[in-house]
Design a protein around this ligand. Sequence first.
Ligand code: NDP
Length: 331
Amino acid sequence: AKKWVFVQPSKGFPKISDFKLEEEKLRPIEDGEFLVEAVYLSVDPYMRAYMYRLPKNTTMIGGQIAKIIESKASEFPVGKYVYSSSGWRSHTIINTKQLSDGIGLPTILLPDFGNLPLSLGLGVLGMPGNTAYFGFLELCKPKQGETVVVSGAAGAVGSHVVQIAKIKGCTVIGIAGSDEKGKWLTEELGLDYFINYKTQNIEEELKKAAPNGIDCYFDNVGGEISTTIINQMNTFGRVSICGSISGYNATETQKVSSPYFAIVGKQLTLEGFLVTRWNDKWLEGIDANLKWIQAGKLKYRETITEGFDNMFTAFTDMLQGKNTGKAIVKV
Ligand code: NDP
């Protein structure tokens, strides 16, 4: 078995020396335990944010889709697949008495995805999918005809929110870091207006794209981009604060622009959330997303890196925006 050990929090952008790839010999399983072998592992932005809180020299956290290869727990039979928060490990012994660890997501037997790939359990039919589904619908409460802005729009969560907003009959503006991503969003996912934050002036583009202002903002990035967007929101607009990846690799306290003047003046509702808030409705979210995929209303993309030894590369590629849709490692 192999695992990636997190040595120390990175200063600025993560370095390979902040991690160690180690071999480990696992003990035999006991009653109430089962052994899984990772098939797909997830690399996610939250891992970077959580690095500051993790104890040094522990296994890196993260979710994976794994196959049960030995079992002394009847609810988890050999041959079935689970989603588990086992971290960056090739093999893991899981105790049925401790099914929730890492970031608080439960270990579950993977629901039946029909003919769809199992890897979707890490993306559109897993944590990012539920983040988009609940985080957008419950916090932004989008209404038909409203204007919605999504930052980080070509990523796992963002590309999903864009499509739910279209399903709800909104005009949708997406912001991401390359024209290629913009082409995918507009031509294949039905995005109404794309803004490349690396080459375009967001403030001016928003004025053109949303002449009547913005009603909902789904925020994946925080920082300067979000301040610019929030400043152009309509009275009683709603902001779902999902993440702030623009600050995750900051070296020191950076000068952060502040949207508070607009928040007060326009009486906006801003709400942060953790997707674990909806753990009790988890399968409901997966089922709704699955039905949309099957109806041809929800598309997805995955950026797959091959090989467990390439976890670190996949992680830093994602942090640099080399992924479109969900970033995944295939063992
Ligand atoms: P993505 O698939 O969106 O991957 C990250 C993307 O972020 C990159 O592809 C890159 O795309 C973009 N990015 C990187 N640096 C910057 C920057 N400085 N400014 C703007 N964009 C940048 O990841 P996820 O969909 O998994 O996550 C998206 C967000 O949602 C993150 O902030 C994450 O922390 C948050 N999240 C929150 C959850 C919750 O429970 N609250 C649960 C899951 C995710 P580009 O080319 O556009 O730069």
